[in-house]
Design a protein around this ligand. Structure first.
Ligand SMILES: [Zn+2]
Length: 199
């Protein structure tokens, strides 16, 4: 059985999303065409275009924002003596949702992975060193994931920061080895931050 081309095109678009296979994409496409009103389709496509246009990395921490500087960096009540280093902007949302951390963030946009051609230059590291030069940072909390790449990244940062007068800690307890932060629940995350150790 062959779908009409327009429907097939829509299915292909949905299949570009992570975790969406052929069957789910077909369901989404059918739902869009049969159940959604024209108005909803318009809202959906507008939301996609608008998010793509307006969302960009914060000029300080690289977290995604619709402003020049994100709400976290511009929030004067945050503890600017701490910077938590994370791999992705999704991790920032996870930590924020868990609710107890009040310091600042720095999003690397990945982790070191020589096999995939990701070296230090591919990550947001220079901007991190710069922040440590001029800001009043006392502690850098390494919260890269408990994978091989995340561990290598933490080690690399620790090595570079040996020459900088700053406390380097690593979260870990409670976050299972080999896992990403986004899959940890709030309580586990809070524990992991609370129980961070000198690295
Ligand atoms: Zn920011």
């Amino acid at each position: 059985m062959q779908y009409p081309k327009a429907l097939e095109d829509l299915i292909s678009e949905f299949m570009k999303y992570p975790g969406v296979g052929r069957k789910t994409a077909e369901r989404y496409a059918m739902f869009s065409v049969i159940d959604l009103k024209n108005e909803s389709i318009n809202d959906f496509s507008q939301a996609l275009i608008s998010a793509k246009e307006k969302i960009r990395p914060c000029n300080i921490c690289h977290h995604l924002t619709d402003k020049e500087t994100c709400d976290i960096c511009s929030d004067g009540t945050r503890d600017n003596s701490k910077i938590m280093v994370l791999e992705t902007t999704k991790d920032v949302f996870s930590i924020e949702k868990s609710g107890t951390y009040r310091g600042l963030y720095h999003v690397l946009n990945g982790a070191l992975s020589p096999l995939n051609g990701i070296g230090p230059n591919e990550l947001n590291l220079v901007s991190l060193w710069k922040r440590l030069e001029k800001d009043d940072v006392k502690e850098v909390i390494l919260a890269t994931s408990a994978t091989q790449e995340g561990e290598a990244t933490a080690q690399y940062i620790k090595r570079v920061l040996r020459e900088v007068e700053v406390l380097v800690t690593r979260i870990g307890y409670g976050v299972p080895v080999g896992s990403n932060l986004e899959y940890a629940d709030d309580q586990t995350l809070n524990k992991a931050i609370e129980n961070r150790r000198v690295f």
